[in-house]
Design a protein around this ligand. Structure first.
Ligand code: URA
Length: 212
């Protein structure tokens, strides 16, 4: 039977693959539409996410929700998750073994959703899908990962830490790329689907079919 997001969610909540399970309140699998075309991948749950079992529900989440609204999207239209799904104690950075253990869930969610666009929020997610380097150089850039276009963006918490008009402008510009890239991806798939139909052998003419 095909895997579901619910199954993955249940597995996250029961997961003991890394030591974060010892200190978490609950695992935070991610949430959103099962037919989402865009997947946002952040870093890891903070205090509020750990309490509620939902991603991006604190201050950074409020900014993410607000930014989505500026591009005509709602949280329930996309899928939001993190590279680690249990809160690192004291909100420390996730460690390599924790990132590696949780990557299987990321892969499973991507396999189910088959998103047209992945948006990375913050450096850990960017390092996984777009590449290593300073955020100031890579934000707003895309890279193809396993056939999926991935767009690097600052983590909303970084914008809250440096709330200058310049940072807000940069963030708005990067967010504005989401609907543009999504439209490009839709078109690309349409063209590929049409090309596949055109490449199919022509159906036999009726008068060429044997009668018996
Ligand atoms: N920061 C993240 O990276 N993820 C969350 O879910 C909340 C805050």
């Amino acid at each position: 039977m095909a895997e579901t997001l619910e199954q993955i969610g249940a597995d996250v909540r029961a997961c003991q693959m890394c030591k974060l399970c010892q200190t978490r309140t609950v695992g935070v699998p991610g949430e959103g539409s099962p037919t989402a075309e865009v997947m946002f991948i952040g870093e890891g749950p903070g205090f509020h996410e750990d309490q509620q079992g939902r991603p991006f529900v604190g201050a950074a989440g409020q900014l993410l929700t607000e930014m989505l609204r500026t591009i005509g999207m709602r949280r329930q239209d996309v899928f939001i998750t993190n590279v680690v799904r249990c809160r690192p104690p004291g909100n420390r950075d996730p460690l390599p073994d924790e990132l590696q253990a949780c990557d299987a869930f990321t892969q499973r969610q991507i396999a189910v959703l088959q998103p047209k666009l992945i948006v990375t929020l913050g450096r850990y997610s960017m390092a996984r899908f777009v590449g290593q380097g300073p955020m100031r150089d890579l934000h707003g850039r895309t890279r193809e990962w396993n056939g999926i276009t991935c767009l690097a963006m600052y983590h909303p918490a970084a914008i809250l830490r440096t709330p200058t008009p310049e940072m807000r402008r940069i963030y708005q510009e990067d967010f504005a790329k989401v609907p543009v890239l999504l439209e490009q991806e839709r078109r690309k798939r349409e063209v590929l689907a049409l090309a596949a139909v055109a490449a199919e052998p022509a159906p036999k003419q009726l008068d060429q079919l044997p009668l018996f």
